[in-house]
Design a protein around this ligand. Structure first.
Ligand code: HEC
Length: 286
């Protein structure tokens, strides 16, 4: 009887990976090996490319788009804004080649910082009236500045640190819970679509693996580009938290606010899972 109970408990633990309190390092190892088993032969760096890393046909279209990258004018504008607003001043190394360290945990305050969050604080510190300049968190000018900073970090491996600090682990685990929790009318989790069904079709889309997800963000997305409004060179850009909102809506769940605790925790966990993959921002997406 005792043996049966123990086996049942072990079996239940296997069913509920989100409930066990593994260390981030252990999580990462399991996360990666899940995809390596699912997509044998796909090398780690390929996961930076979303669906184009796992689907050859779509990869050919994608490589064709890269020949005349539609994000280039926007990255140029991002650079101009970065200089105009003196953003480099607020960052290590003048803000160049640092994307891979985001999000980071601040031991002094116990908070996690995202790149867009730090850009916003910098703008405010430099006296920019962000409302008047129409700079928000998810797209447009903010995404362009972030895309430029990501562009200068291309080729650097993501290196998110979750220190052994209760406060950091709490935020990390909150993000992890979000990733595995079912939500919305469709009652589906991020993991359902981007782990268990990765590579399969959902309404005409191939579902991308979550491994590698954040490396290309902000992305330049065709769908966003054609929605119009604002500067056409910037319209295609969206930050990772813009994407979170879209994916929450896909399952008919109410999205959370960008740059508040919930999505920042998700971004912390989600990016950590891609540690070791090189930044390729801004990436093109359909
Ligand atoms: C019902 C299925 C579904 C769920 C649930 C879902 N997504 Fe998505 N997601 C998609 C589809 C479809 C796309 C577009 C195709 C692709 O890139 O996977 C997408 C795209 C993305 C992308 C862009 C990938 C890239 O390479 O550009 C990210 C990041 C993402 N989802 C994160 C999440 C997160 C985080 C969650 C949980 C909050 C989530 N998704 C929940 C269906 C889903």
């Amino acid at each position: 009887m005792k043996k049966l109970v123990i086996t049942t408990v072990i079996a239940l633990m296997g069913l509920a990976p989100a409930m066990t309190m593994a260390s981030p390092q252990e999580d990462l190892k399991k996360f990666r090996s899940y995809y390596f088993k699912k997509f044998p032969g796909v090398k780690l760096q390929r996961y930076a490319d979303g669906i184009y890393g796992i689907n050859e046909g779509r990869r050919i279209e994608w490589e064709a788009m890269e020949e005349f990258p539609p994000y280039e004018p926007g990255v140029e504008i991002g650079k101009e804004l970065f200089e105009k607003y003196n953003i480099g001043k607020c960052f290590k190394n003048g803000g160049i080649g640092i994307r891979q360290n985001y999000p980071w945990f601040n031991k002094k305050t116990g908070k996690v910082h995202t790149l867009e969050g730090d850009i916003m604080s910098c703008l405010k510190k430099n006296g920019v009236d962000t409302k008047k300049a129409k700079i928000g968190f998810k797209k447009g000018k903010m995404a362009a500045i972030s895309a430029y900073m990501g562009y200068t970090s291309r080729g650097k491996k993501l290196n998110v640190v979750v220190p052994n600090d209760e406060r950091a682990l709490k935020i990390y685990n909150r993000g992890k819970r979000h990733f595995y929790a079912k939500r919305g009318q469709l009652n589906m989790s991020c993991a359902d679509c981007h782990m268990y069904y990765a590579g399969m079709m959902a309404r005409g889309n191939v579902l991308s693996p979550a491994l590698g997800h954040v490396t290309g963000f902000p992305v330049y997305r065709k769908k966003w580009e054609f929605k119009g409004g604002g500067n056409p060179a910037l319209a295609g850009f969206g930050t990772i938290q813009r994407r979170y909102g879209g994916c929450n809506k896909q399952v008919r769940a109410k999205p959370f606010k960008a740059q508040k605790a919930e999505y920042t925790a998700l971004e912390y966990f989600h990016t950590y899972m891609s540690n070791g993959i090189k930044v390729n921002a801004p990436s093109i997406r359909q």
